[in-house]
Design a protein. Sequence first.
Length: 390
Amino acid sequence: MSLIWIVNILSVFFLCVFFAGIVIPQILLIAFRRRLFDEPDERKIHQCVVPRLGGMAFKPVVFFSFILLLALNVSTGHDELLKEIGAEALPLAYAFCAIIMLYLVGIADDLIGVRYRAKFFIQIVCGIMLVAGGVELSDLHGMLFIHTMPSWISIPLTIFVTVFIINAINLIDGIDGLASGLCCIAFLFYGLTFIWFHQYLYAMLAFATLGVLIPFYYYNVFGKAEKGHKIFMGDTGSLTIGIMLCFLSMQVSHLSATTSPHHFNPFVMAFAPLLVPCFDVVRVYLHRVRNGKNPFLPDKNHIHHKLLAIGMRQRTAMVTIVLSSIVLTFLNILFSAYINSSLLLCMDIALWTMANIHITRKIRRLAITRKDSPVISFVEKRKNYNNNKQ
């Protein structure tokens, strides 16, 4: 790895941290002046009004930092970055167009609301654009015993995976720091993976997005809503971060296992950091369908809601889920060199299912305990008496 690439990767990371740290407070100021808030309701956890426009800072900061660094490279006579961009012009161009489309849809959704059917349509268009740029899941590297696939299978699969991951990131954004924490881990891992495989341009994109998430994470987790220092990423953030994760994960899946020192499975490396949000959205959708509910309407049955139901605090639940994702990612990648990826997936599903069953049983036991509590029983009896009286 040459010195110029080390400088570029570190520079784009710190530029994004710096500019995001400037832009996010300005977004907070505008949101409070124009009263652009995420209002609390019975489904949401926060109790105070909180601006939800944090995601508006993400992609403009990343694009500005990236272009500024490109200009500085050319001005100083270093053309390595320019050559890499030229070699990857087609996938980058389509990916950036898809990101801008979702950025605009996210802003509209955060400000006035957008129906989920319209968002699904735009997400499908974004999947098509990734395919047009050559970003395609054409090889599963043995997952489900499938390797190279024909285009009539790989193209719809790529579009489906794009829509699925975007929505998984969008739906996991339920408590402070959870979505951004999980995405920080994913981008850090992708950045290190691209450095390992000498794909420095994509490493810059991963570390740039990581850089913009760090100041947001600070304001989201440690900011005080009462003092006007707290902010949510909103759909603008979750949608654009989701499509960036799609783009980078599929680029990781294109890497060759033979160039890895330990022959780790590229498909596992691509999607292991996304297992927690993806598994959670599948379980929630199945739960809604089984109970006769619309699978696209929100509820309080996500993994973070279940951890809160057993008595965990928000921050404890967030740290627990993020640490679980780190461990799951590390173990999957480590074992992918020795265990068939299909068997590894079955083990992940079994582990996730057992963990959810354990949490569900604990919730039921707590509910029974609370119901039998003399204080709770008195409150319930009093409530029933008042309702009958009315």
